[in-house]
Design a binder for this molecule. Sequence first.
Ligand SMILES: Cc1cc2nc3c(=O)[nH]c(=O)nc-3n(C[C@H](O)[C@H](O)[C@H](O)COP(=O)(O)OP(=O)(O)OC[C@H]3O[C@@H](n4cnc5c(N)ncnc54)[C@H](O)[C@@H]3O)c2cc1C
Length: 327
Amino acid sequence: MNHHVTTPLATATLERWLTGPRFAGLPAPETAHPAPLLSFEFFPPKTEALEAQLWTCIRRLEPLQPRFVSVTYGAGGTTQARTHATVTRLLRETSLVPAAHLTCVGATREAVDAVARDYWAAGVRHIVALRGDAPPGSRYEPHPSGYSYAAELVAGLRRVADFEISVAAYPEIHPTALSGDHDLDNLKRKLDAGATRAITQYFFDSTIFLRFLDKCLAAGISAPIVPGIMPVSNYAQAAKFSAMCGASVPSWLGPLFEGTEDDPETRRMIAAVIAAEQVRLLQANGVDEFHFYTLNRPDLTYAIARILGVRPAAPAAADTTAAAGTG
Ligand SMILES: Cc1cc2nc3c(=O)[nH]c(=O)nc-3n(C[C@H](O)[C@H](O)[C@H](O)COP(=O)(O)OP(=O)(O)OC[C@H]3O[C@@H](n4cnc5c(N)ncnc54)[C@H](O)[C@@H]3O)c2cc1C
């Protein structure tokens, strides 16, 4: 029997493999880049069970030493008390630096300023300043004596205290913006009013983000525009939410999850690979700050942070006498 006979089909296959384009691998994260700066976003829990889940998440991510963690604020200020409670507990019980999200929706300037002053008094030094949205189905209308837009809120917060302020940016343009240029002007106004960084709406196509950075630079923006990373393991939910917030969903994403509705483990593995590819590509392009939408679940964020080269801090020195006693 002749072992060297190759079928025409096999030859064709190898030719196809060998004549296609060759891609160099992405640089090895740890040698090519120092570990990036991370921040993590949480939402305030509504129930005791969700509260427990959040705190498990916080404890798991804490050793990664993010530069800050932020806590969202519900539409129309509905979660004001819960946001406050979560942020102040973070201050009291963890080594983390909390940032409180604050919106303009449905409140007078005085009321918003009072919330900010409370935060300052509690020791909170970082606010994520947002306009917020109207309840689903209605159009946003500024409160007659409120801050109309986030840029005004930033200016107002600067008058209240010396907060560090982050604002939102939209690589795919805010859904109700008059135009891309108008939206970019708005971002610039927010930074000029005193914000020190922008955090982006999440996106799946990294080219869109990188092009947006080019536009920001051309518009005279030099503050960091930190990519918001959303590891997606529930495709149906993400597609629905993306349609509302203006994030485009590439055509390749849905098919990756097809048929995995009852297979959460596979979905999470797919999610990890997609997000890891995304952040590695951004890192290879020089981006070294990332904001993770954790959805109060730590595992994907933890794994992807490790892939970016972030390592947990060593546990605090144990009581050596006790340790010696057990040895
Ligand atoms: C990182 C991040 C975190 C978020 N956290 C929260 C949260 O905790 N709670 C929450 O409710 N929502 C949150 N959001 C959603 C956000 O509130 C909505 O996207 C909202 O629609 C816009 O908020 P903004 O701060 O970007 O608004 P703005 O910067 O005020 O812009 C809103 C829109 O108005 C336009 N605009 C601005 N100024 C003017 C003007 N003078 N005249 C006409 N048009 C103008 C802008 O172009 C844009 O289209 C978050 C979004 C991001 C990206």
